[in-house]
Design a binder for this molecule. Structure first.
Ligand SMILES: NC(=O)c1ccc[n+]([C@@H]2O[C@H](COP(=O)([O-])OP(=O)(O)OC[C@H]3O[C@@H](n4cnc5c(N)ncnc54)[C@H](O)[C@@H]3O)[C@@H](O)[C@H]2O)c1
Length: 328
């Protein structure tokens, strides 16, 4: 039996998800698409041969929708989760659930009350390289190092409503730190500055940051972020433990190398997440569809939706106050 999925919101990431679900995820069928911007819904649905609906309510009422993929802008996620849970649908929601903890708790309470499966879109756990780092037997983890640098800053209009670097960008790295260290975070120390575009200051944000985390098991994680790495999307994770270390390097855009008398040249990095992380998106969909089909709990669930936001809010507090913020 195929899991029928209604995709809500088909902008930048939702259009990719609709296509991956419709064409490249065995066991899934996209049965309905809805976007508040009707033309966009049609533009994505038509080539996939999927019917659109003219409201969220109509999508949730469709009998062939077993699960929803919520891929709308962040400020709409909590209400959509509540509506989908009340309709008894399994839920996949893009990260983050909300920029406000109270809203996250309201949405997750509705999921809990309805007893429906819930998966949050922390896709990087499903990246083959990062997953292999987390699975490597390096003994008790002592140190984790995460480098996460975007190729270019987003538009300032987006920055102003994004929740800032820690809730928009580093939130993926906070999830990765918990995943690789296999332990919750108890202390957060963040520093940040504006090195790329003064517009970030005007938006109350930073474009360059370092965060140190201390985990319950004693492991330390350091994360470094930049909104502009001129050489491309730089995504590396390393764990160092009692028995060794494991690291995931950046895949290159292609495997060509050029050797000359001057030295060796390799290809550039994939440009951004829609290129770099496709395997992770496919794997996260496969995990979600399997969980729904078999009635098992999704591996990245309710607690994982909440914990990185708590760390992100603590990072902002730490940056503002110039001292570590404890979550103990
Ligand atoms: N996991 C990742 O790698 C990743 C990457 C990018 C974005 N995201 C997350 O995905 C979400 C969407 O980001 P995006 O970049 O695709 O945004 P976007 O603005 O490109 O697309 C959002 C779409 O949702 C539609 N929409 C807005 N409100 C709606 C509503 N109430 N009902 C139906 N449709 C509605 C808009 O018309 C638009 O088409 C955000 O929460 C973002 O944080 C995750």
């Amino acid at each position: 039996m195929s899991v029928g999925i209604g995709v809500i919101g088909v902008g930048r990431i939702g259009s990719m998800h609709a296509e991956l679900l419709a064409r490249r995820t065995p066991g899934a069928t996209v049965t309905r698409i809805y976007d508040a911007f009707e033309e966009q819904a049609h533009a994505v649905a038509r080539p996939l041969g999927v019917p659109t609906t003219n409201s969220v309510e109509a999508l949730l009422a469709a009998p062939d929708v077993d699960a929803v993929a919520i891929c709308t802008s962040t400020d709409t996620h909590a209400d959509l989760i509540v509506a989908a849970a009340e309709a008894g649908k399994a839920i996949f929601c893009e990260k983050p659930v909300s920029l406000e903890l109270a809203e996250v708790d309201r949405a997750l309470a509705a999921v809990e009350a309805a007893g429906v499966p819930f998966q949050i879109g922390f896709n990087r756990r499903f990246d083959p390289g990062h997953a292999a780092v987390a699975a490597a037997d390096v003994g008790e983890p002592h140190l984790v190092r995460i480098t996460s640098r975007d190729p270019a800053p987003p538009p300032l209009a987006y920055v102003r409503v994004s929740g800032g670097i820690f809730l928009d960008m580093t939130i993926h790295d906070f999830d990765m730190a918990r995943f690789v260290a296999k332990s919750e975070v108890v202390d957060v120390f963040a520093r940040g500055s504006v090195r790329i575009d003064e517009g970030f200051s005007e938006a109350g944000d930073v474009d360059t940051a370092v965060v140190m985390l201390e985990h319950e098991n004693g492991c330390f994680t350091t994360i470094d972020n930049s909104r502009q790495a001129v050489y491309g999307y730089d995504q590396r994770v390393e764990v160092f433990g009692a028995k060794g270390m494991a690291a995931s390097e950046n895949p290159l855009a292609n495997a060509t190398i050029v050797r000359t008398a001057e030295g060796m040249r390799a290809a550039t990095l994939p440009y951004f997440f829609l290129d770099r992380y496709v395997p992770s998106y496919l794997n996260e969909w496969q995990a979600f569809v399997s969980a729904v089909a078999t009635g098992t709990e999704p591996v990245v669930g309710k607690h994982d939706a909440r914990a990185p936001l708590v760390i992100g809010l603590a990072a902002w507090q730490s940056l503002r106050e110039g001292q570590p913020c404890s979550l103990r």
